[in-house]
Design a protein around this ligand. Structure first.
Ligand SMILES: O=C(O)CCC(=O)C(=O)O
Ligand SMILES: [Fe+2]
Length: 357
């Protein structure tokens, strides 16, 4: 019988050599990134590999390094949709995130803002995402065909979203930024702005629709905010997360050995206690913060549809080349303009020219 390093609980020489090689590749990639603002593909692959080899510890180490180089902003009384009464309350939420990997906020997005984002999503063009079935290729781009969807996911273009007034209200929200920065321990970068419909077009869990358990690994450390813009029942495709699986060592070696694979519900259920398998239902406006380094998925929609808004803040853009670029060309109010000017790194992905990192 062969015994793997994980079973032995101490690393083999081969394992150490792999860690050393991947570390060198990541370090070379970091140097290239500082010079050019681009991550070489080999370095990104090494980042993912190192994550699996070290059970996440490499990301923790890099996050500590980035936190030293990119000290958090001084944010005076950050205000917004999360009603933290003081810094201590916000720090407590960040601590809960560190322990459990998610935080379900007691407050909800105001109904008026939910209405406006829903209106936007019912009246603006979106695109069907390519999914396992291949059906999306037949779907016409245009306004979401509610009631007769031809694809599982319809997504809006980030370039349209970031120039939309209600999305700019969220982008300029001090409370979201403050919590992201507490959690990341560094100045955040807003790297993803997404809005998408999930439909009952197929009830089979789809890989490309993120309906099987997986961990994300685009960057070193990040925090996602998910906001439901339609009421969420078990049949409407709730988002799911495995509590605690975001921590170093939180994902079993047998899963990590598969790399970036998707996992079945049965595989996941066999490894974690039932009480850690969290399924988020709730009214529209429900806000969840989550470290999607932990295992998560969206359940297939069985009935009706689901509109989801998502922000991701990372501690650095070092890592994957992200799809969906865009530039802020309009500022819908002067306070958003001031907010962007005061936090240039946060918006660096959406500014022209995208220089500051
Ligand atoms: O649709 C969902 O609930 C999951 C989405 C997801 O995996 C992600 O945004 O990283
Ligand atoms: Fe994901």
């Amino acid at each position: 019988m062969t015994i793997s390093p994980a079973q032995q609980n101490f690393p083999s020489l081969r394992h150490l050599a792999r860690v050393a090689l991947s570390s060198l590749r990541v370090l070379a990639g970091l140097a290239a990134y500082r010079l050019s603002g681009r991550t070489p593909a080999f370095a990104y692959q090494a980042l993912v590999r190192l994550f699996t080899l070290t059970r996440g510890r490499s990301n923790d180490l890099l996050a500590a390094l980035i936190g030293r180089l990119r000290r958090p902003y001084y944010l005076e009384q950050p205000e917004g949709i999360l009603n933290f009464r003081n810094d201590a309350e916000r720090h407590a939420a960040a601590d809960a995130l560190r322990t459990r990997g998610y935080f379900l906020f007691p407050e909800q997005l105001p109904a008026e803002l939910c209405d406006k984002l829903l209106q936007f999503a019912l009246t603006h063009p979106c695109t069907a995402r390519a999914t396992d079935s291949g059906d999306a290729a037949r779907a016409q781009p245009g306004v979401y065909p509610r009631g007769e969807p031809q694809a599982i996911i319809y997504e809006f273009h980030p370039g349209d979203l970031i120039n939309q007034p209600d999305v700019q209200r969220l982008m300029g929200d001090g409370s979201l930024l403050a919590l992201a920065q507490d959690y990341l321990g560094a100045q955040p970068v807003l790297d993803t702005v997404n809005l998408w419909w999930s439909t009952a077009h197929s009830q089979q869990p789809d890989r490309n629709a993120a309906q099987l358990y997986h961990f994300d690994m685009d960057h070193v450390r990040w925090l996602k905010f998910f906001i439901y813009l339609t009421d969420m029942t078990p049949a409407r495709g709730p988002h799911c997360f495995v509590a605690g699986s975001h921590r170093s060592g939180g994902i079993p070696d047998s899963f990590l050995a598969q790399g970036y694979a998707r996992l079945t519900d049965a595989e996941v259920a066999a490894c974690y206690p039932a009480e850690d398998l969290i399924e988020f239902t709730g009214r529209r406006g429900t806000i969840i913060a989550e470290d999607t380094r932990g295992l998560h998925k969206g359940k297939p929609v069985l009935q009706g549809d689901r509109l989801m808004f998502e922000f991701e803040f990372s501690n650095s853009l070092f890592g994957a080349a992200l799809p969906g670029k865009g530039t802020i060309t309009q500022f819908h109010n002067s306070s958003f303009r001031r907010f962007v000017a005061a936090h240039r790194r946060v918006f660096s992905r959406w500014m022209d020219p995208a220089t500051p990192r």
